[in-house]
Design a protein around this ligand. Structure first.
Ligand code: SAM
Length: 333
């Protein structure tokens, strides 16, 4: 571990930053933030220059991977230029993007040229009508064009689907078939009780159930957990398939013990745990003439001392309540 490597008090090393570039999204997903109550003012959103400074600080502190997220990152003006600047300025960093894919197709080749090697695309359904119902927008074809453009540009593609009973639980065969035909990962993620959505336990389609159903539809071979590309997902090879299938289990089998993440929102708030609403305001220090980045770095190190174990917060929450009052669109996933 390098001397400067960030570690929390439980000895978890921190090497991965999720940076949200906007809290605005062009979709209104039923499970995320249908009302979009969290829009920040222009002044409150970090400028790209400030974000580049934060990435530089994070790299000096041992962060090796930065994921740009949102809201919808491509919905922020000049996002593609920002990606190019970040990739050019931090060539040692692994730079990745999480997007809903609706604005991706025209940018795929540019992403590849900039040095981004992989994109996560959120897609919960393969049915255009269900897509419109879940997201509030009739943009399914755009996402499919985005996926195709990424594959053609040589980018790695991971499709993330929130597993929702009553919404996409009859679409497993279609998703498995997609991963069979195309060189991409399809990953189902358990529906988490976050703010901004009316989460109900009966809507959770558990990973255990998904796996049992998937095994009846395809020949799945579990892949080693230490596959660096898998992140917190348990991945499976699909017999005769070009792609892979995976499950992300924040509810049924948490991965807090190996959590290596920090999150910074577009308003410059540091979150050390997805499930904790304890945030640390970096923006005032960052914009302060005398304090600046050294003070921000001190806040980050101090905050890490209190990095919670999200699973404990999940277990302690009252029935029916969200584990966080903040919607995912304002955090970045
Ligand atoms: N707009 C981008 C996108 O769609 O990927 C980035 C932001 S979005 C908030 C990040 C991810 O969080 C998406 O994959 C979305 O499906 C997921 N997400 C939002 N709310 C969720 C919830 N309650 N449980 C599980 N995943 C959720």
């Amino acid at each position: 571990m390098p001397a400067s490597q960030l570690a929390d008090v439980k000895g978890r090393t921190v090497s991965y930053l999720r940076l949200s570039v906007t809290d605005h999204c062009n979709l209104r997903c039923i499970y995320c933030d249908r009302q979009m109550r969290h829009r920040l003012t222009h002044f409150d959103v970090l400028r790209y220059e400030e974000m580049l400074d934060l990435i530089g600080m994070a790299e000096e502190m041992g962060i090796r991977k930065v994921r740009l997220t949102g809201g919808e990152p491509f919905a922020r003006r000049d996002f593609m230029e920002f990606v190019e600047r970040a990739a050019a300025r931090f060539p040692e960093l692994t730079l990745r993007i999480t997007t809903n894919g609706t604005l991706l197709a025209p940018n795929a080749a540019r992403l590849a040229t900039a040095g981004v090697d992989r994109v996560n695309i959120s897609l919960d359904t393969l049915n255009p009508a269900t897509f419109a119902r879940v997201t509030g927008q009739d943009l399914y074809a755009e996402v499919r064009r985005g996926i195709e453009a990424c594959i053609n540009a040589g980018l790695g593609v991971k499709i993330n689907a929130v597993a929702l009973r009553g919404v996409n639980d009859h679409e497993l065969a279609g998703f498995l078939d997609l991963a069979r035909r195309l060189p991409l990962d399809v990953r189902f993620i358990e529906y988490m009780p976050m703010g901004g959505a009316d989460w109900k336990p009966e809507q959770v389609w558990s990973a255990q159930d998904i796996l049992a159903e998937a095994k009846a539809l395809a020949e799945l071979t579990p892949l080693a957990r230490d596959d660096a590309d898998a992140g917190p997902a348990q991945m499976y090879a699909i017999g005769g398939g070009a792609g892979r299938f995976g499950l992300i289990t924040p509810l049924s089998n948490h991965f807090c013990g190996t959590c290596n993440r920090l999150r910074i929102t577009s308003g410059g708030e540091l979150r050390t745990c997805l499930f904790s609403d304890r945030t640390y305001r970096l923006r005032p220090a960052l914009r302060h003439k005398k304090l600046g980045l050294p003070a921000v770095a001190r806040i980050v190190r101090l905050a890490l001392k209190h990095k919670p174990v999200g699973a404990e917060l999940l277990a302690a929450r009252r029935a029916g309540q969200g584990v966080s009052a903040t919607a995912m669109s304002a955090i970045g996933g």
